[in-house]
Design a protein around this ligand. Structure first.
Ligand code: C2E
Ligand code: MG
Ligand code: MG
Length: 593
């Protein structure tokens, strides 16, 4: 290659390969191009040009057509078939009026042509224009590639995204149509990943996801998973988003193989991750669906694997679950249930029942708790334990609470109109979005509308509201207190049971959860917990209500401990409003003799 002449120009300057068997022609071209700021290399025939192209990767080529060994047309064609040679600009140097050469150049894949004698003043511009055109071309290709990456790959892990996964799964299913093979889809969801993001930040969260992707990849690649016939099972991992991953396992003979792989993934994730000085524990829940047993297309298989994953989560995390038809039925039932609840909330199909709260000293009614009842046309009585969590999940808790407040106000007003003494009504307020609901405003509206006194309204909040300890909660509670309402902590003892918030917030009443009352006669521990709660509440000048009193024995123990008020089946279940007003009218003691 003694003919290669390198100049001392800057390495980023475009490199032009001149191919010509005529030395003076090469020298003239080189001089002209160097003046124009190009770096020049030279070859004296087509074969040399091909070799140089492969080693030097020039940015453009100036190629004479007539040369010994291999002419310009052959060299041009050959370069076009080389790696990287498809798009390199090639300028053919033809004789003036040599139409045949111009035509053959075109057919050989040349980019453009220039005629001899060369106009030296124009050559540089010709090359520059050609390079710019090719650069624009590469930019377009680059952009297309990027768009492709965005459309089909997850930028964090570099794995396929949902779209590409779905397409690949469709292809795989089509390919296995005529085989008696199964395709498994594993839907993996990390357990409690949100906590990592929330506590350690998104940066660490991202690193965890990358590490998880690597570990899953390593598990499915290196654990050499074989099916029953000892064939290596191919696999395909993708990240559809968030903390989810999906794997496709084609060519299975036995569905159980997919369960074995799921087990290995869980095992692999069990070793803690060490990221930026944190030791992080991860577990995952995996749902498995299998083609053709659980679905006949990609969409259905992915949906069913996802459903099975939900079920794996419900069963307790860190496990896997095969999709079963019954899961699908469950999901449909759940959807219908949700629809019924939506309707019930908008049509106000609920009714308030009232459970008396009783003075432990004399059995008189000191107040009541309003408990919502839902009698559905076909489902019958549905318990609040079933519908309240779904109302919360559906984001309907605002409208629902509005209805509870409104209904409680209406009943209070009815009793007042019936000449009964005003009585304390406690309503339950869901912890979800307690602050955002604008509860004080809604309550004062209802109170004004019915001309009711605020002292007779009490809000039961759960410990979780207070445990948030935020300033908005504090402000809302203070506002309610200023309005004259009472605040009670419901189910005390089951949640955070922290004294801190009892001190921080303006609480009037502590309701001891039924859980501690249940065994109070037999469990010394429960008895001493209740005693402690009563003593603590008293010292903080709060009243105590014991919930779920069912027996006389429980009643007596609690009364002797100094508990002020009791609520439970011993006195009465929650009853419809008219029945409750009868109870009020009769004025009888609710303590059975
Ligand atoms: P909670 O606020 O703790 O209400 C007390 C629950 O215990 C009621 O169940 C009541 O019927 C039941 N109960 C009362 N005495 C006894 C007893 O002696 N033995 C037993 N075994 N149970 C007793 P319910 O009505 O099924 O309500 C369950 C939960 O649903 C309530 O617990 C409350 O958290 C929620 N809830 C009910 N109505 C509403 C409402 O209008 N709004 C909101 N946000 N939640 C409500
Ligand atoms: Mg309650
Ligand atoms: Mg309670």
């Amino acid at each position: 290659m003694e003919d290669v002449v390198s100049t001392t120009s800057h390495p980023t300057e475009p490199v032009i390969l001149i191919v010509d068997d005529d030395l003076p022609a090469r020298m003239l071209m080189r001089a002209s191009l160097q003046k124009g700021g190009f770096k020049v290399i030279e070859a004296q025939n087509g074969l040399e040009a091909i070799n140089l192209f492969e080693t030097e990767k020039p940015d453009a080529i100036l190629m004479d057509v007539m040369m010994p060994e291999l002419d310009g047309f052959g060299a041009c064609r050959a370069i076009r078939s080389l790696d990287g040679g498809e798009h390199t600009p090639i300028l053919m140097v033809t004789g003036l009026d040599d139409l045949e050469s111009i035509n053959r150049s075109y057919d050989s894949g040349a980019t453009d042509f220039i005629t001899k004698p060369i106009n030296w003043a124009v050559l540089n511009y010709r090359v520059k224009y050609m390079l710019r055109a090719s650069q624009a071309f590469f930019d377009v290709i680059d952009k297309q590639k990027k768009i492709q990456e965005l459309a089909f790959f997850d930028h964090l892990t570099g794995l396929a995204n949902r779209t590409l996964f779905r397409e690949s799964l469709t292809d795989t299913i089509t390919a296995s149509l005529n085989e008696a093979k199964l395709v498994a889809v594993l839907f993996i969801d990390l357990d409690r990943f949100k906590t990592i993001n929330d506590t350690l930040g998104h940066h660490v969260g991202d690193l965890v996801l990358k590490n998880v992707a690597e570990r899953i990849t390593a598990t499915i690649r290196t654990s050499r998973i074989f099916d029953n016939s000892h064939r290596l099972i191919e696999n395909y991992l993708s990240r559809p988003g968030g903390d989810e991953f999906i794997i496709m396992l084609p060519g299975l003979l036995d569905p159980e193989d997919s369960g074995r792989i799921a087990g290995r993934i869980n095992d692999a994730l069990a070793t803690p991750f060490h990221i930026e000085g944190h030791e992080i524990f991860i577990s995952s829940s995996i749902g498995i669906s299998i083609y053709p047993l659980d679905g006949c297309d990609a969409e259905e298989l992915m949906k069913h694997a996802d459903l099975a994953m939900d079920h794996a989560k419900d069963k307790g995390r860190n496990g896997f679950q095969y999709f079963k038809k019954s899961l699908n039925i469950k999901a449909r039932e759940r959807l219908e249930f949700e629809n019924d609840i939506r309707k019930a909330v908008s049509a106000e199909e609920f009714e308030l029942y009232f459970q008396p709260q009783v003075n432990m000293a004399d059995g008189s009614i000191s107040g009541c708790e309003a408990l919502t009842r839902w009698q559905h046309q076909t489902r019958g009585a549905v318990s609040p334990g079933q519908f309240i969590p779904i109302i919360e999940e559906l984001g309907l808790v605002g409208s629902f609470t509005d209805w509870v407040i409104k209904a409680a106000g209406q009943h209070q007003k009815q009793w007042k109109d019936q000449g009964l003494n005003s009585i304390n009504i406690a309503i339950n307020v869901s912890s979800k979005q307690f602050v955002q609901q604008g509860i004080p405003e809604k309550i004062s509206q209802v109170l004004q509308q019915h001309d009711l006194a605020p002292e007779f309204l009490e809000l039961e909040l759960t410990e979780s509201v207070l445990a948030q300890q935020n300033t908005e909660t504090f402000a809302t509670l203070n506002r309610l207190k200023e309005m004259g309402l009472s605040i009670s902590v419901d189910d005390f003892g089951t949640g955070y049971s922290s004294l801190v918030y009892l001190k921080t917030f303006p609480i009037d009443i502590v309701k001891i959860d039924r859980f501690f009352i249940k065994d109070i006669c037999t469990s010394k521990q429960d008895a001493s917990i209740v005693k402690a709660i009563v003593a603590m509440a008293r010292s903080m000048k709060m009243r105590v209500i014991a919930e779920g009193i069912e027996t006389l024995e429980q009643f007596e123990i609690l009364r002797d401990m100094g508990c002020d008020i009791g609520q439970g089946y011993l006195f009465s279940k929650a009853v419809p409003a008219d029945q409750f007003s009868k109870m009020l009218k009769s004025g009888q003691s609710l303590i059975p003799l």
